[in-house]
Design a protein. Sequence first.
Length: 336
Amino acid sequence: MTWIENKYVQRIGITAVVAAAGWFIRQALMPDMQLFQHIVATIAFIVFIQIVWEIYERVHRALNRWMPFSRYLYGRIVVQLASGVAIIMVLRWAMMYPLQHRFPTVFSDDVVTVMLIAHIGIAIAINMIFISAHFIQQWKEELLRIARIEKEKAQLQYHHLKNQINPHFLFNALTSLDALVKTDPALASHYINHLSKVYRYVLDHEEREVVGLPWELDFIQHYMALQRIRFREALLVDIALSPEAGEKKIVLVTLQMLIDNAIKHNEIHPARPLTIRIFDREGFLVVTNNVQPKALLEPSTRQGLRQLVELYGYLSDRSVKITGTDTTFTVEIPLL
């Protein structure tokens, strides 16, 4: 809530404006009025405004129960404004009637007319503050509800994406394992060891959305060990992170998604190795690779990257940066 939305600030502001306006109007219409009389009248007027404000606030709350805006929008506005004018007219009569009879020369027709208009304006102004505050609060709650729904949607998309990656990765892993079992049983055992640690990590953290970067890097070491067994010297990964980055967090399996994305879209050959560099820069985790598109590339919707961008959009005030040229493709993820 900003200071201008605070109901006490609004109340003090309206009271000050009305009291000042009343002072100048009295000076214009009652030039013979003494300073002491002006002060007494101003104090009485301030008290009058506070009484009116308290009554209006209680009426507003009662109407919220009996005649909510959600069901009777236009009728509620008319009833609240009309009741506000009626209430201030009753209070005005109770206050002005004895004074007009005691000081008939002071309360001329012009003075009475101006005061009548002023009181009606006060009634409408105060009630419009209550009505506007109600709709502003409803608007804010709706924005928060939409943001919450969008975040939940992004989270569901992320978990759906994660569930898609796991079977895809498992299929490739088992295919490679089948070949190793036939040609190199010892290496196959080494491969199974890394594979078990990869899935242990996923199982241990499947309920988490964000994990410490060191945990993710430890997981990636096992994941890359599997990929190096598969691609050997055709795949190069260079990781260079600062000590500060080790204290940050990252969305679970972010690095796997980005590395898998690079492997999926690029040719990997000993004569043309795919090189992936991972480092941090100005609070971002940077993953970049050289671009060497496959001859037969499967159509891609970039769904994984889009969902990752949406999720980080809710977790950080800094956006994911994606840049690509003919030679490099880079994704910068804000560290959390």
